[in-house]
Design a protein around this ligand. Sequence first.
Ligand code: NAP
Length: 333
Amino acid sequence: MHPRQLGPFSVSALGLGCMNLSHAYGAPVSPEQGERVLLSALDAGVTLFDTASLYGFGANEALVGRVMKPHRQKFILASKCGMQGVDRGDGKLVRVIDGRPATLRKTCEDSLRRLQTDVIDLYYLHRWDKTVPIEDSVGALSDLVQRGHIRSIGLSEVSAATLRKAHAVHPIAALQTEYSLWTRNPEIAVLKACEDLGVTFVAFSPVGRGFLCGDLIDLNALDAQDVRRTMPRFAPENYAANLKLLPAFQKLAKEVGATPSQLALAWLLNKSKTIIPIPGTTSLSHLAENLDAADLRLSPQVMAALEALINQNTVLGSRYNAQANSEVDTEVF
Ligand SMILES: NC(=O)c1ccc[n+]([C@@H]2O[C@H](COP(=O)([O-])OP(=O)(O)OC[C@H]3O[C@@H](n4cnc5c(N)ncnc54)[C@H](OP(=O)(O)O)[C@@H]3O)[C@@H](O)[C@H]2O)c1
């Protein structure tokens, strides 16, 4: 896989999103399957692994730490703070956004312990806590860089304006936000801000949380706890309309000799060399399929056809519900 630059690091053009192994789309995979997916990705040349203190309320970092410790020198480790599980007194953990400096310092200690490492290469602020000035949260992360606990700072789901403010406090290595054919928000301002500042853009949910793979047809198959059940574009009436976009998408994939998932990833990789997609999967065959997208070159005609087919005007339903949307920074997206 041709390398791409992520802040100060050279990494594989496709990273591995580790979230799905423990979080978001139903029950976690078995420890053995988690290990197989992580080690297969490493064997196949993936050198960027993305986790977060939130995922599985620490379980995902613990999995990555346990499996990847013997290989720590071979990959760039990215994790996140500022959104995690907090016990509200009844022993049950709830998801809380908290960007106060003391919380970020404590979360970093917990992340390092779970990840079984002395230093995290890239530590993102998972969400901007709007009750804390971004300068204060990034200032705390800058202290963690000075102390040698993390090597670089990332932000997730922030606006171009917030990115610029943060970058003035400490150079931001990467901005991670949802981006795919069916989620184009970063095109409004964030991609341009990243380009201006030399910040790498890491595209999460790059295969549209499964939609762009073409085989997620029956939403009844989703686990009762699957987060997609809360997302308006996966609501049955919207999803039924969105599925009508797939036959033409699948036809384009066939024409370029790719699968739909590969075409979705290749679209991102062909948009810019400063974009790094991090698809997530629990399946070894999907992993291999996705990684094969790295070498796919798309003509300007195919890029244009894809963009005309699947975009903000042709997709029904917003990506987040009102609660999740209130937690992201959409001031100037
Ligand atoms: N910063 C943030 O707030 C944030 C939010 C969400 C995600 N992320 C990061 O981004 C990573 C990826 O995002 P994501 O998991 O939400 O979305 P995604 O990668 O777009 O989609 C994952 C879904 O697609 C399916 N899939 C993947 N490859 C497939 C293939 N070749 N064929 C058929 N199905 C396939 C997976 O199912 P299978 O398991 O069956 O393959 C899974 O259900 C996460 O792991 C996490 O690290 C960050």
